[in-house]
Design a protein around this ligand. Structure first.
Ligand code: MF3
Ligand code: CO
Length: 255
């Protein structure tokens, strides 16, 4: 069942979304050579708690961190640890915060110093693919319209779209119906109606779409060892179109 949010629920989700996006921005500012992924996780945790919220991911299905921090060939669900970020790395940070009974969920990939043109373009296309998808996050369209737009855009650059992990409804639970794949057929899937809240989150590989999960049970890496990028926002469907509930300021780009 797809839950539709009331005006009251939406207010609560705006609050959760603001805290979540601020945590992403804070993490993004910390992405620099020499910083450990654990230090970023701790800062994200402490910030979320300081706002009276709870980190959505901590202990979720046993997940041990407050943020997922995935470096270079790691696609998603990287576990924070003692690894130090190096010059030229790309670092994907995924955060969630729960307050007032609702979750926010967002992610972005950040550059540590100067990265290669090839990798910079991967990150930029991944972010833009979200905006290609959200064009269809309006009443009258279907989930498959979002999925198809993302896939078409990403594959036009020769990149691989991850299939095994998808976007999702988000609300009182972190993962709700419907699934929001980053590939699929236009005109298919659930119809979009006002009050739906979904996390649109393209995961894009520089090489092939194939991934593997490490023996830690969490870390998802590209099968070919090439870099990957991730970008995500929590989005409300309104009668007038999409509203991003995780504000973009600090999502990694100067506009
Ligand atoms: N934002 C991710 C998602 O949408 C990460 C959650 S996985 C967790 O699924 F276990 F770390 F919480
Ligand atoms: Co998500």
């Amino acid at each position: 069942m797809i839950s539709l949010k009331t005006a009251h629920d939406v207010e609560a989700m705006r609050k959760a979304g603001k805290i979540t996006a601020a945590a992403r921005a804070l993490a993004g500012e910390m992405v620099k050579p020499g910083v450990s992924t654990k230090a970023i996780d701790r800062a994200v945790h402490d910030f979320i708690v300081s706002q009276g919220a709870k980190p959505s991911f901590l202990h979720y299905n046993g997940y041990p961190g407050s943020a997922c921090i995935s470096v270079n060939n790691e696609v998603i669900h990287g576990i924070p640890g003692h690894r130090r970020i190096k010059e030229g790395d790309i670092v994907s940070v995924d955060v969630g915060a729960y307050i007032g009974g609702f979750h926010g969920d967002c992610a972005a990939t950040y550059f540590a110093g100067e990265v290669s043109d090839e990798v910079r373009k991967l990150v930029e296309v991944t972010r833009q693919s979200f905006f290609e998808g959200i064009k269809f996050a309006c009443p009258g369209y279907r989930i498959g319209d979002i999925s198809h737009a993302i896939q078409e855009y990403v594959e036009s650059f020769g990149y691989g779209v991850v299939r095994e992990y998808v976007g999702h409804g988000v609300g009182s639970k972190l993962h709700e119906e419907p699934e929001v794949p980053n590939y699929g057929n236009a005109g298919h899937g659930p119809r979009l109606v006002p009050g739906m809240t979904i996390a649109i989150e393209p995961m894009v590989n520089l090489g092939t779409a194939e991934i593997k999960v490490l023996s830690d049970g969490w870390t998802v890496e590209t099968a070919d060892g090439k870099p990957a990028a991730h970008y995500e926002n929590t989005v409300l469907i309104t009668k007038d179109g999409p509203e991003i509930l995780t504000p973009l300021k600090g999502d990694g780009y100067v506009r």
